[in-house]
Design a protein around this ligand. Sequence first.
Ligand code: HPA
Ligand SMILES: [Zn+2]
Length: 319
Amino acid sequence: MIDTIRALPKAELHLHIEGTLEPDLVFALARRNGVQLPFADVAALSRAYNFSDLQSFLNLYYDCMAVLQHAADFEDLANAYLARAAADGVTHVEMFFDPQAHTSRGIPLAEVIAGLTAAITTAPTRHGVHVRLIACFLRDRPADEAMTTLEALSDHLDIVDGVGLDSAEVGHPPTKFKDVFAEAATLGLHRVAHAGEEGPPAYIWEALDVLGVERVDHGIRAVEDPALLRRLATDKVPLTVCPLSNVRLKCVATLKDHPLHQLLDAGVIATINSDDPAYFGGYLADNYLALHRELGTDLTTLQTLAQNSLDARFHPKGS
Ligand code: HPA
Ligand SMILES: [Zn+2]
């Protein structure tokens, strides 16, 4: 089955490049950059991958980023991910990155973008993968900081063509970023937002109605609201669902409890994605395989999910 899954052409539309930082690369980059880590070795770090919720993951996710210092680190990180994605049959990635997680540590935005750009421009020939960037604002930081970040991003619209919203969801509703997303729309940027991962269905409505998002990241709590399911289905707003992430962050108790099939039965366009694969126990094909094994998702449905991911791209021709 894994070979059949890998052979399906697919897009990855919900992937945080910082979430592809594997423990061995954390230690290699720490050595290269002289960064002191609070973990003795790879095994000790791996043992910390036992999360109770989104925040417990975010704490480790931000800590590990300390090793990302120079453009070459971001380039190596992206190349390592793209090699794995290509092996999984990924042909197109709309890749998230978190500018403020780096600028707040004193790493210039230009350094981050230079490294990612180096990997992205060689990706079609090196990995057979087309890549675009979506810059996510950290929703637990002030909205005016997001606006300043957007201004800085406006110098890089050749490679960044969308904005998103991530980090700690509950207590930080989409409306907080109304003005930032309005400005992003004026700049011609695509708009997405994490909503309904831990937060309530009301946050998904806000993402749609206040931020004008074209896709919803996660969105699984839409199953609690029949009117919202009808809205997503009628307006054909894709959800970027991340099954292994939802289990690891305890948004669902087990994969058997995952609402994917309810979403599909309601006519919602769902796609499958790996979110932060280094932290959540699997890359894209692992997510498809886990659905098949544990949720009973049949091959026809897996094919539909893969096709949905291609249809939900912002850049259908891979440009
Ligand atoms: O799944 C996520 N949710 C919110 N913020 C994030 N930042 C990286 N991954 C995530
Ligand atoms: Zn995410």
